[in-house]
Unconditional design. Structure first.
Ligand code: NAD
Ligand code: DAU
Length: 343
């Protein structure tokens, strides 16, 4: 991967799904890693099991929207990688304010401190959802942003602030726009882990609408390597799409999981659709490929690995699933007019 110019980096949201995998990757290099994480329902120190007591890892519990917490965490860092966010589209439809607070205001607080401390790189982890639905072809980095749900709108708003700090102050920012990511330690509110843990619990897979909505599925290790590549080799002021070229309609993903778990095909149950549900996401990622990155994990291989992990870790997912059911699934499905059964 070449030489790293950084001795100490701040990883916000490093106790979440992708962030925790990225922390492991960063620790393989000779770096001090500071993690700032609020430990919301989506974050957990368990996600950092095996590295939490690493001598080069420093964990701080705190909010990216809290200037004092950010000032403490960023001290001495040459780079920031901002994963911290509210990330679930269905929750954003129920409680959008939290998404503005963390994803927009929190990013602003980080930008201000990054500017004051003069970091060499500010990498903001964004999403392919900022383009809105892409019915044909694939979005390029120069395409306009058309976010269509509150989560995507908050991520697009954050991006505008990030780029404004490049234009206005020459803060060396980078933005990545990753596609749908999956793998171990993903919260069971998201489609793939929800489908796996539901089947493992004897529950059906709730498939929104006709199930023909299409996503591009990226294995988490590939996403982290892409962010690392952009951090080291990206051009400040630029956005980089991260795609996997593993497009699947949701029904195909559900059928693959049913097959791999040897479950009854009747366990896929159509439920009413997500409001404003984006039909398809797709990004063109040749700009990132030119930096030397390519995904390594096929959807079939990644799904098999992910299923094996969830099979072996009910201790990790059972409480999260129960908590999510109590806090949110019941409302989600009641609002959809579909039957609710306690897992
Ligand atoms: P996640 O929900 O698993 O983790 C988010 C983490 O951020 C948690 O540890 C949480 O505690 C922390 N956090 C939330 N609010 C915070 C705050 N105010 N201050 C500090 N920490 C806070 O998310 P994820 O799926 O790992 O996504 C990480 C990033 O990648 C997000 O910015 C998301 O928008 C982006 N992204 C995710 C995907 C995907 O498919 N999961 C794809 C593309 C981009
Ligand atoms: O595209 C990147 C984005 O991918 C990230 O920025 C988001 O943080 C991440 O949550 C994800 O958003 P999606 O809305 O695409 O992911 P989710 O796992 O919620 O849903 C994937 C697809 O599956 C989507 O078309 C909705 C559908 N779905 C989801 C759930 C939770 C179902 O059919 N049933 C479900 O129960």
């Amino acid at each position: 991967m070449g030489l790293q110019p950084f001795r100490r980096i701040l990883v916000t949201g490093g106790a979440g799904f992708i962030g925790s995998h990225f922390v492991r990757l960063a620790l393989e290099h000779d770096l001090e890693v500071v993690v700032l994480d609020k430990l919301t329902y989506a974050g957990s120190l368990l996600n950092l099991e095996g590295v939490l007591d690493h001598p080069r890892l420093h964990f701080l519990q705190g909010d990216i929207a809290d200037p004092a917490a950010v000032a403490e965490a960023i001290a001495g860092c040459q780079a920031v990688v901002n994963f911290a966010a509210e990330t679930h589209v269905d929750r954003s439809l129920l409680e959008p304010a939290a998404f503005v607070q963390t994803n927009v205001w929190g990013t602003m607080v980080l930008l201000e401190h990054a500017l004051r401390t003069g970091v060499q790189r500010f990498l903001h982890v964004s999403t392919d959802e900022v383009y809105g639905e892409v019915l044909t072809g694939a979005a390029r980095e120069i395409d306009p942003l058309h976010p269509r749900n509150p989560y995507a709108a908050s991520k697009a708003a954050a991006e505008h602030f990030v780029f404004s700090y490049w234009t206005s102050y020459r803060l060396p920012v980078l933005v990545t726009r990753g596609c749908n990511t999956y793998g171990p330690y993903q919260h069971p509110e998201k489609f793939i882990p929800l489908a796996i843990t539901n089947l493992l619990s004897g529950q059906p897979i709730p498939l929104y609408g006709d199930g023909l909505h299409e996503r591009d599925w990226l294995y988490v290790d590939d996403h982290c390597r892409a962010i690392w590549t952009v951090l080291l080799h990206g051009q400040p002021g630029q956005a980089y799409n991260i795609g996997a070229s593993q497009h699947r309609p949701n029904i195909a993903v559900a059928r693959a999981i049913v097959h791999l778990l040897g479950a009854d095909p009747a366990s896929i149950v159509h439920v009413s659709d997500r409001p404003g549900h984006d039909r398809r996401y797709a990004v063109e990622w040749s700009k990132l490929a030119a930096l030397g990155w390519a995904p390594r994990t096929s959807c079939e291989e990644g799904l098999a690995r992910t299923i094996a992990w969830y099979r072996s870790r009910p201790d990790w997912w059972t409480a999260r699933r129960d908590e999510a059911f109590a806090a949110y699934y019941a409302r989600n499905y009641r609002d959809r007019g579909t039957p609710v059964t306690q897992p």
